[in-house]
Design a protein around this ligand. Structure first.
Ligand code: MN
Length: 245
């Protein structure tokens, strides 16, 4: 049996073929899995569980039938869908885990996270993250009308694009928006385990490194833009593969 990991689908109405690919993946391969983990940025944007978006309704339906078939589904919030809450989790039959969380996969303790907390060189982003993860900020934000929240999300996306094109002009985009190596090392040290799985950077890869004399591996999931990306873990090892449209 296999445990599946996906992240960074960025589902929204503008890319219906990706929502369809997600639905096919859930109805086929995921139905036979031991568990499914979604490590954040399932949605391109999420401004509250009362958002009547089409992608939200489709995903809740697909995930709920997966859970009903006996496959436990876990979710870690990403930087796009950090406001996904308990009401949606109930609708979709998913369990929200803290970021990071330790899971034991076929005997191997593994740290799972979205991945944005490893990108500590991006100071502007980390500042935004601190602000928007504050419970008081969130309560205040969620108390506003849906239209106001949607406008804020559009603004935040525009600001993020402007920030990234600024970094590109300076030639620091590649390094600043990737993980900070020192933060990766200190995270392995702090948790004392040998494997981290995360998404966020859209740089699918398996990195091998040594921390405190231990051989460690950091598995980075890919995004779902031109195709899907799935990590399959079983008792014999793992496989990180693209999922064709
Ligand atoms: Mn992300």
């Amino acid at each position: 049996m296999t445990t599946l990991f996906i992240s960074d689908l960025h589902l929204d109405a503008e890319r219906p073929q990706i929502t369809e690919l997600f639905g096919r993946f859930i109805r086929s391969e995921a139905h036979g899995a031991d568990a499914l983990y979604i490590l954040g940025d399932l949605f391109e944007a999420w401004v509250g569980d009362d958002d009547p978006s089409e992608a939200g309704a489709v995903v809740a339906h697909e995930l709920h039938s997966l859970q009903a078939s006996g496959v436990p589904t876990f979710f870690i919030r990403g930087n796009r869908d950090f406001l996904l809450g308990d009401a949606f989790a109930r609708r979709a039959g998913i369990t929200i885990l803290p970021d990071p969380a330790v899971v034991v996969l076929y005997g191997q303790p593994t740290l799972i996270m979205h991945g944005d907390t490893l990108c500590t060189d991006d100071l502007a982003y980390q500042q935004f993250r601190t602000q928007t993860r504050n419970p008081q900020w969130q309560a205040q934000f969620l108390s506003q009308p849906l239209a106001v929240r949607v406008a804020f999300a559009q603004q935040a996306r525009a600001a993020s694009k402007a920030h990234q094109s600024g970094l590109k002009q300076q030639g620091t985009m590649e390094s600043i928006t990737d993980v900070a190596p020192a933060t990766v090392e200190s995270t392995f040290s702090r948790y004392g385990l040998d494997r981290i799985i995360h998404g966020h950077t859209h740089r699918p890869a398996v990195h091998e490194l040594h921390v405190d004399g231990r051989a460690c591996e950091r598995i980075v999931l890919g995004d779902w833009y031109d195709q899907g990306s799935v990590l399959r873990v079983d008792r014999n090892g793992f496989e990180l593969r693209g999922l064709p449209l």
